[in-house]
Design a protein around this ligand. Structure first.
Ligand code: HEC
Length: 105
C-alpha cells in the first residue's frame, strides 16, 4: 500500500501551485492596474486632479470605496459604475486588481 500513499502525496503536491495561483495576487493586480486603470485612476489610486474635476473620480483609498465589499467592487469594474464604463478583464485579473486596490487603503 506504500505506492498508493505515494500517489496521493504526489497529487497533493501537484495541486499546491494551482491553489496558490487561484488566490488573488496583489502584485499581479498592480500590473493589471497599470495597464487598465491607471490612466483614469492615477498612480496608487490617486486620480489626476483633472479626472477628479471632470469625472468625479474618488481616490481608491477613500474610505467610502474601501468600505465596499470585493463583490461590489468587482461588479463595478465588470459592469461599470456611474461615469466609468465596464472594463473587460478575465476573472483572475479582476480578482488580482481588487487585491491590489485593497493594498491602497
Ligand atoms: C476611462 C477611465 C477609467 C478607467 C480605465 C477605469 N476607471 Fe474606475 N472610474 C472611472 C470614473 C470616472 C469613476 C467615477 C464614476 C462616478 O462616480 O460616476 C470610476 C469609479 C471607479 C470605482 C468606484 C469608486 C467609488 O466611488 O465607489 C472603482 C472601484 C473603480 N473605478 C475601479 C477601477 C478599476 C479597478 C479599474 C481598472 C480595472 C478602473 N476603475 C478603470 C474611470 C475609469
Amino acid at each position: 500500500m506504500k505506492m498508493s500513499r505515494f500517489v496521493v502525496l504526489a497529487v497533493v503536491l501537484m495541486m499546491i501551485p494551482t491553489l496558490t495561483f487561484a488566490a488573488a495576487d496583489a502584485a499581479k493586480g498592480k500590473d493589471v492596474y497599470t495597464a487598465s486603470c491607471k490612466k483614469c485612476h492615477g498612480e496608487g489610486g490617486n486620480p489626476p486632479p483633472a479626472m477628479t474635476k471632470a469625472m468625479g473620480v474618488k481616490a481608491l483609498n477613500d474610505k467610502d470605496v474601501q468600505a465596499k465589499s470585493d463583490a461590489v467592487l468587482k461588479k463595478e469594474v465588470k459592469e461599470g459604475f456611474g461615469k466609468m464604463k465596464p472594463v473587460a478583464l478575465s476573472d483572475a485579473d479582476l480578482d488580482n486588481v481588487i487585491a491590489y486596490v485593497r493594498t491602497l487603503k
